[in-house]
Write a protein of this length. Structure first.
Length: 88
């Protein structure tokens, strides 16, 4: 019985690791500290193609070529209810 429980624990751990690795592969990371920026945080892009978080941007003397807000996975997949008024 103990071997079967141990095999299940190993399977669960392997599935968890695979899921975390797949999730992490799709996420953007800071080019300097490798931290994943939080939703709502501003990230800065540079001409070299580097993407830096707000914390690492302060340590670089070069001015960024652009910036944007980090969006959550639901961005673009939600519905906005528009007010419908009757024509008078």
């Amino acid at each position: 019985m103990g071997a079967a429980v141990r095999a299940m624990e190993d399977l669960e751990l392997a599935l968890l690791r695979r899921g975390v690795e797949e999730f992490s592969a799709d996420c953007e990371r800071c080019g300097r500290c490798h931290r994943r920026p939080l939703i709502g945080e501003r990230v800065y892009s540079y001409r070299s193609g580097a993407l830096l978080c707000a914390l690492c941007k302060a340590k670089l003397p070069e001015a960024p070529s652009g910036s944007r807000l980090v969006r959550g996975p639901e961005f673009g997949h939600t519905l906005r209810i528009a007010a419908q008024r009757a024509a008078a």
